[in-house]
Design a protein around this ligand. Structure first.
Ligand code: KIV
Length: 271
């Protein structure tokens, strides 16, 4: 009996081909089995098991507290649901910045223990050695430039990055470094659309934007934000496709009311 699935899996090569033919790449985050199943079956190209799990799943202020073990738990749950899309997992803060050996060790743990297909790291020139070492081990790496939330305490705010010439210049250099190091794609977060367009034009690898305009080769959003689960979070770059907070809140209220009034369960709902 074959252990291989009949479904054709999206790979890093597929993403390169999509950029070549001008087909946009869709990416969303997911952190658990049920959500990943919905997203994969809807036809998404890439699921990112983002360290934004630290915010939307665990309720932390920043992405810094989430651990490698916790990321592996989320990633393994997503992998069990995803039969078609590429699954990329964030290396969490503190698991790759020390040195390239530590970075490789963390990336190997993610690949071995979750079954994911690639990892994502934040940064440019400063993480070059780690990126190269991970790729040498056969693990595909996605880069992440612009607003890099793991450096929030250095930036001080979540506002748009690289508006000044010096930072824009560094970003343009960093994207070249990531391409030369072998990254298969790069996330561009919260930078001016004109800079993202320039960066996208300057490389052969796909760029995936979040708050970076529509010239990027693809787009990514945090699923809780686009489904309207993250009440009150409405940055300019976000398009909200549903209001699940209201839907779920209404359903829970109806359930409470039915229990209190002894309407639930009725005769057909019991044995
Ligand atoms: O962790 C995350 O969700 C991300 C996306 C915002 C790109 O890195």
């Amino acid at each position: 009996m074959s252990v291989h699935s009949q479904i054709k899996r999206i790979t890093t090569n597929t993403l390169h081909e999509m950029k070549s033919r001008g087909e946009k790449i869709s990416m969303l985050t997911a952190y658990d089995y049920s959500m990943a199943k919905v997203v994969d079956e809807a036809g998404i190209d890439v699921i990112l098991v983002g360290d934004s799990a630290s915010n939307v799943m665990a309720g932390h202020e920043t992405t810094l507290p989430i651990t490698l073990d916790q990321m592996i738990y989320h990633a393994a749950s997503v992998v069990r649901a995803a039969s078609r899309c590429l699954v990329v997992v964030d290396l969490p803060f503190g698991t790759y910045q020390g040195n390239s050996k530590e970075a490789l060790h963390s990336a190997i743990r993610i690949m071995k223990e979750s079954g994911a297909h690639a990892v994502k790291l934040e940064g440019g020139e400063e993480i070059k050695e780690s990126v190269e070492r991970i790729i040498t081990a056969g693990i595909p790496v996605m880069g992440h430039l612009g607003l890099t939330p793991q450096s929030i305490h250095k930036f001080g705010t979540y506002t748009v990055r690289a508006k000044e010439e010096a930072e824009a210049y560094k970003l343009m250099k960093d994207i070249q470094v990531l391409q030369e190091s072998g990254c298969f794609a790069v996330v561009l977060e919260k930078i001016p659309a004109s800079l993202a367009a320039q960066a996208t034009e300057s490389v052969k690898i796909p760029t995936i934007g979040i708050g970076a305009g529509n010239a990027c080769d693809g787009q990514v959003l945090v699923i809780h934000d686009m489904l309207g689960l993250n009440k009150g979070f409405k940055p300019r770059f976000l398009r909200q496709y549903a209001n699940l907070y209201e839907v779920m809140n209404g359903a829970v209220k109806a359930y409470i009311s039915d229990v209190k009034s002894n309407d639930f369960p009725n005769e057909k709902e019991q044995y």
